[in-house]
Design a protein around this ligand. Structure first.
Ligand SMILES: O=P(O)(O)O[C@@H]1C[C@H](O)[C@@H](CO)O1
Length: 254
């Protein structure tokens, strides 16, 4: 998705050529860092970073807490690229074999607690169901098919591997696997909306991720996604507690 209506193949190529000429790194893994999770990029070894504003044809980050930088480097000996700042649909607006995407999300599933991690098994793309998709517009067949299947987007092997690793790390009790839903935002959910989402089988809700995942899946990337649960979404009317989540609160929790 982009502030322009459509990016053509030549423009993608121009961006890719610029990056290829400026770094010798050739990552096979791309990581999109969600709000407050950009610190991961700072841990990369042999870092080379580029501000989004200097990369030709690249959109600019407008959200607080998103640095707006593409950081190349090594993570545990593997070359990867991190996006310190992503693009949300509400702002009006991928290079690898595998896309790893993270987000901050509110939980609807009863057993989830703030601080837990949800491995994304599947998603409900509400903007897409109402016709707002990053795949809208003339299809570039060089990238992927006009009508891509979405029945197994989140790679099963990577999910299994993540469970095994998190188990080894001794944090299995904090880990869930569930369904993420993207809503348009930027407001949080009403109680009625939370109940609706829960009744539809949604375990965690956020305002991002599915557009990037659709684009990645469309062009054949393996996708792995994690939600960090920052808050529980209120599903009951209550007079005793006022649950008010601010973007700042979500940031500080993530
Ligand atoms: O970039 P992410 O999705 O992690 O950003 C968080 C979640 C919502 O999109 C927004 C409001 O909390 O910030």
């Amino acid at each position: 998705m982009h502030s322009k209506e459509q990016i053509n193949h030549e423009e993608y190529q121009q961006t890719a050529d610029w990056l290829l000429s400026r770094t010798k790194q050739r990552p096979l893994v791309a990581i999109i860092c969600g709000s407050g999770l950009g610190l991961l990029a700072d841990t990369l070894k042999a870092q080379e970073s580029f501000n989004y504003t200097e990369i030709p044809g690249f959109p600019h980050s407008t959200v607080q807490g998103h640095a707006g930088r593409l950081v190349f480097g090594e993570l545990k000996g593997r070359s990867c690229v991190c996006m310190q700042g992503r693009f949300h649909m509400y702002e009006g607006h991928s290079l690898a074999q595998t896309l790893i995407v993270t987000n901050a999300a509110g939980s609807l599933a009863d057993g989830y607690q703030p601080g837990d991690i949800m491995i994304i098994k599947d998603h409900v793309n509400f903007p897409g169901l109402s016709g707002l998709s990053p795949l809208t517009g003339p299809n570039d067949d060089k990238l992927g098919p006009r009508f891509p299947a979405m029945s197994s987007v989140y790679d099963k092997g990577l999910r299994r591997l993540a469970h095994a690793l998190l188990d080894q790390m001794g944090v299995a009790s904090l880990v869930h696997e569930g369904v993420y839903a993207m809503v348009g935002g930027p407001n949080f959910e009403t109680v009625a909306e939370a109940r609706l989402l829960h009744s539809l089988g949604v375990d965690a809700v956020g305002m991002s991720t599915t557009p990037e995942v659709l684009v990645a899946s469309h062009c054949g990337l393996r996708v792995f996604g994690l939600s960090l649960i920052t808050n529980k979404v209120l599903k009951r009317y209550t007079t005793t507690t006022i649950m008010l989540y601010t973007s700042q609160e979500v940031l500080s929790r993530s």
